[in-house]
Design a protein around this ligand. Structure first.
Ligand code: ZN
Length: 151
């Protein structure tokens, strides 16, 4: 799919807002579970997502953004989470980190594919830069996953 700049920016904004919301939830969950180390990782990720969202907002300027359907950018839960056990499942730091990682990979893959298919130079440039940022997020989470005990 080849986006115009406003459509791409609308997607990117929605993705970053979703990431910020989900990370905040995860941070609160880890805090409730007395896992301050992983909670602070998620708080950092919340901040990065908010910063990124605000950067995108400032690029958007006066451009009017199209409205998007929410399912296009929502984070996906792992199938193991199931229904009501979902909350307990994510209380485990290992699973919470893995959940975040899967969704960072999705964002990275999304930006990468936009960059590859873009016909607009600015969309291509921004999408490639955003993909690189997501790659860093995946790497940061990988480091934590490595040192977190698998339940
Ligand atoms: Zn990210």
């Amino acid at each position: 799919m080849s986006y115009t700049l406003p459509v791409f920016l609308a997607h990117a904004l929605a993705l970053e807002q979703e990431a910020a919301d989900r990370y905040l939830e995860l941070a609160d969950m880890m805090e409730a579970h007395r896992n301050d180390a992983v909670s602070s990782v998620f708080r950092d990720m919340t901040r990065f997502s908010e910063l990124h969202r605000d950067e995108i907002k400032s690029r958007v300027g006066i451009v009017e953004l199209p409205k998007l359907r929410s399912w296009e950018f929502r984070w996906r839960s792992p199938p193991e989470m199931g229904g009501e056990e979902g909350f307990d499942y994510l209380m485990q730091a290992y699973h919470a980190l893995q959940y975040a990682r899967d969704n960072e990979v999705r964002a990275m893959t999304y930006y990468r594919s936009v960059a590859e298919e873009a016909t607009d130079d600015e969309v291509r440039r921004l999408a490639a830069a955003f993909a690189d940022e997501e790659t860093e997020h995946v790497a940061a989470l990988d480091k934590w996953i490595e040192t977190t005990q698998r339940p």
